[in-house]
Structure formats: structure tokens, C-alpha cells
Write a protein that binds this ligand. Structure first.
Ligand SMILES: C[S@@+](CC[C@H](N)C(=O)[O-])C[C@H]1O[C@@H](n2cnc3c(N)ncnc32)[C@H](O)[C@@H]1O
Length: 454
């Protein structure tokens, strides 16, 4: 495998297309509001290490008034991204083939800077360059969403990396790595007994394509990072940590075991608290939010932020009948159980049409408990039951991109999401729905959401 062009990072294997809903401006605005922080007006969004630029394309089509930039070191990735942007006639997105270590990689500032799947797979120099890039290019009031593999849960995967790396250069490296790891697990290797989540991850790897696994484990660098080092690097660059882009992780009551929460409650140092939360959840990946320092809003300002978004229900949201007692959320930190009495009123209200925070504030059990309602909205966002919605003024780019992606899906390409301008985001579609939509059919609400007939 060729690492020369990427100065370390693999560039001869394409990274498959992915879509990350956490990178959408409306998602980030809703999470920030929950944390008590005003989101920047979305004007300019940049992804560092954008891969094939799939996320940037889908978001650009859904947010025609925002300028999108994707930067990647791999020329083939950039070529694919540019080809799709041209074919869909998207004029608000550009792709730059550049190394984030180059201080002249890009000019100007961005209201949103995001990165996903990069920082744990590169050397210290690239990580440092990314922090410097963010400090240099984040507009005042802007937000950075930073994804990485984290300690302690991610550390187990260094053992996977060690196995795959020793096979690098062999034509069958990925298959042989998978074979060896599976054989060790079947043989009852102590590693898999001590780290059951590594076994679950191996099962997931067995369903993935070889290119994904190569990017995950064949790069020379792989290092899960401690929150304190990432937060420390951004603090030195003058940026504050605000919380997680993954809503459930900002809701301690639902994401921490009760006993551990009591221990953590006593800790005053915010960095140590977060480190202990990572331990309680055996956190394997983090999605941290950083911004320039700003004063914390008072209660009234926080309530005003919460009341801003209009929320809609997403296809596939569950129906909670009167007999249901609990609702289970499948989160990155495992299944999390919620009380149906708390989630039912939100889902019922959204089932009738878009709603604001204020529409539920007086509904039992939320009357006088805005904190609880805030948590319920955040859990619904994280579970993809609900999402902020926006008026659609220009659906044409999304329609063109979606029709192009459906043609590609018909030809066998992997299409992880389509562009949904009412959400200012993308939405994942099952293989059956993709097939039906490409054939000119499919559920009317999906055709409408993806503006396929506009
Ligand atoms: C695992 S992929 C993630 C792609 C995309 N962010 C996603 O989540 O689907 C990591 C990407 O980072 C890019 N990359 C690695 N080092 C880089 C650097 N120094 N500057 C810019 N891009 C880099 C790689 O080429 C690759 O496309």
C-alpha cells in the first residue's frame, strides 16, 4: 500500500462514502442550544479530511445558501467529489486537494469546521496542524466538531491495528488479518475475553468492505486519544470545549450508570469529570465541540435558544402505544432505556406535525421541567426520531443530487444517504427504499423529503 503521497496516510485505497448527521448545521445548532450556547449563523462550512466528499455534497445540496468546502490529501477522493458536484450542478461546494499541514491550504474563515475519522489515524504533526487550522480559520462565534477514537474504550483496538499493520504490503492483508483475529477469538484468546466490545467490533468488521478496513487499520498511525490531550491542545489554541455533538453524551442521567454518576458528581474539575465519564462509558469514540470563549447565557437566554428550532418527526420514528413502559435507544455507548411516559408526549405531538419546544412546555410531565423536555428532544435527535426543520426555498440542487445518487445506487454504488433540504441534512435510506425510489416509486413521504419530483 502506498503511503508516500499522503506522507503517512494511505492514498491508494478509496475510503467508502459515509454520511455523518452530526456535521449538519441544524443538528449542531440544536445540540448547542441544549448546551446553552448560540449557534453561529451557518454561512461557510469546511470538512478537513472529507474523503470522497459525500457528506459535504449532501449537506451543500440541502443548504444552498451555505458555502461548503471539503479538503482532502487524496487526489482521487477530490476528483470523485468534484465530478459529483459538477454532475449535480452544485455551485455552493468546492473540493480542494490539500494537506492540512499546509498553512496555505485554504483562505478565509468558516462558521463550521468539522472532521471525522482523521485525527486518530494520523501522526502528531497532522493533529497539531488540524488544531492550528481550526484556530486560524474558525470565524468568531463559529463551531468546530471534532471526531476521534478515544481512550479508554478505543485503546483495545490498538491490538487490531498491530495485527493488520504487520500484514501490510501483502496482497491479502485485510482478509488474512480478519482470518487471524477471528481464529484467535474462536480459540478463546484472553484479549477477546477481557474486551468483549472488541469481539463486537470484529463482527462489524466482518461485514465491511476491505477498503474501509484498510483505512481503519492499515495506516501506519492509529492512536485513540485521551480527552484531556485533545481538550488541552484546543485550550492552548484559545478554544473552549463545549460538550459532545452526540446528544446522548450530554445527558448524564441517561448515559451514565447511576453509581458512576454519583462518583462523578463529586468531581469539580471539568476535564477530570469528562475523563471519568469516558471511563464509565468505556467510550471508544468522541465527537467534541470547540468554540471561542463566550459568556454563559442566563436562564432566560437559554430558554430563548431552546424555543428557536422547529422540530419535525423523521420517518421510522417509533409509535409508543399506551401499554409501552420503556423505549430503548441504540446509542454508540450501547442500549439506553428511557421512560415511555416521558417520550410518548413528544412523539405524539410530532406525529401531528412540526412543533416547537414551547408547544410541549405545558404538557405533562414537562410543565415546570424544561430541563427534562430538553433531554427528551436531545435523545430524540440522537436516535434520529426527530430533527430541526427549515423552510425549503431552493430544492433543485437536492433534487438533482438525489437523482444522480439514485442512478449510482441502481448501478450498484453504495449510497449511504440522500439529501433532505427540509432537514438541512441527509437521511439514511434502506436498500429497499433506494431501489423503489430509483425505479420512480417508493413512499410518497420519502419522494417529498428528497424532492425527487421537484
Ligand atoms: C477515514 S477517512 C474519513 C473521510 C470522511 N471524513 C468520512 O468520515 O467519511 C480520512 C480522510 O482523511 C484524509 N487525510 C489524511 N491525512 C490528511 C491530511 N494530512 N490532510 C488532509 N486530509 C487528510 C484521507 O485522505 C482520508 O480521505
Amino acid at each position: 500500500m502506498d503511503q508516500a503521497r499522503g506522507a503517512g496516510y494511505l492514498t491508494d485505497v478509496r475510503y467508502p462514502a459515509h454520511f455523518h448527521a452530526e456535521q449538519a448545521p441544524l443538528w449542531l445548532a440544536a445540540v448547542l442550544a441544549a448546551l446553552g450556547r448560540a449557534a453561529p449563523a451557518a454561512t461557510s462550512w469546511c470538512e478537513v479530511g472529507c474523503g470522497q466528499g459525500f457528506g459535504a455534497l449532501v449537506l451543500a445540496a440541502a443548504n444552498p445558501s451555505v458555502r461548503f468546502t471539503g479538503i482532502d490529501i487524496n487526489p482521487e477522493h477530490i476528483e470523485i467529489a468534484r465530478r459529483r458536484a459538477d454532475a449535480a450542478g452544485l455551485e455552493n461546494v468546492r473540493f480542494l486537494c490539500a494537506d492540512v499541514r499546509d498553512p496555505d491550504a485554504v483562505e478565509g474563515s468558516f462558521s463550521h469546521i468539522v472532521t471525522h475519522g482523521v485525527l486518530s489515524w494520523v501522526g502528531d504533526d497532522v493533529r497539531e496542524a488540524f488544531v492550528a487550522f481550526t484556530a486560524r480559520h474558525l470565524a468568531p462565534g463559529g463551531i468546530a466538531a471534532v471526531h476521534y477514537m478515544s481512550e479508554p474504550g478505543g485503546s483495545a483496538f490498538r491490538a487490531f491495528h498491530s495485527v493488520f499493520r504487520q500484514l501490510a504490503g501483502r496482497p491479502d492483508a485485510v482478509a488474512e488479518g480478519l482470518r487471524l483475529l477471528t481464529a484467535m477469538r474462536d480459540a478463546g484468546a484472553g484479549f477477546f475475553q477481557l474486551y468483549p466490545h472488541a469481539g463486537a467490533s470484529l463482527d462489524d468488521l466482518l461485514t465491511r468492505d476491505a477498503d474501509y478496513i484498510a483505512h481503519e487499520y492499515m495506516n501506519p498511525d492509529f492512536r485513540p486519544l485521551a480527552f484531556r490531550e485533545v481538550q488541552g491542545a484546543f485550550a492552548q489554541a484559545g478554544l473552549d470545549w463545549l460538550g459532545s455533538a452526540m446528544p446522548v453524551e450530554n445527558v448524564d442521567a441517561l448515559s451514565l450508570p447511576a453509581e458512576a454518576a454519583r462518583v462523578i458528581e463529586e468531581i469539580r474539575d471539568p476535564v477530570l469529570r469528562e475523563t471519568m465519564k469516558d471511563m464509565a462509558r468505556n467510550q471508544a469514540m468522541r465527537y467534541d465541540l470547540f468554540a471561542h470563549p463566550a459568556p454563559a447565557p442566563g436562564n432566560a437566554a437559554h430558554m430563548a435558544l431552546l424555543r428557536q428550532p422547529v422540530w419535525g418527526m423523521l420517518p421510522g420514528a417509533p409509535f409508543l402505544g399506551p401499554e409501552a413502559e420503556t423505549i430503548v435507544f441504540d446509542t454508540r455507548i450501547g442500549p439506553v432505556e428511557g421512560d415511555a411516559r416521558v417520550f410518548r408526549p413528544l412523539l405524539q405531538r410530532l406525529g401531528q406535525g412540526p412543533a416547537r419546544f414551547a408547544d410541549l412546555e405545558q404538557v405533562p410531565p414537562f410543565a415546570g421541567r424544561p430541563g427534562l423536555l430538553n433531554q427528551v428532544f436531545q435523545m430524540a435527535l440522537g436516535a434520529r426520531f426527530a430533527h430541526p426543520v427549515q423552510p425549503v426555498r431552493d430544492p433543485f440542487g437536492a433534487g438533482r443530487l438525489n437523482r444522480l445518487l439514485l442512478q449510482e445506487a441502481q448501478a450498484g454504488a453504495h449510497v449511504p444517504a440522500l439529501s433532505a433540504p427540509a432537514l438541512g441534512s441527509g437521511f439514511e435510506v434502506s436498500a429497499e427504499d433506494l431501489a423503489a425510489l430509483s425505479a420512480g416509486g417508493g413512499a410518497p413521504h420519502l419522494r417529498l423529503m428528497f424532492v425527487l419530483d421537484a
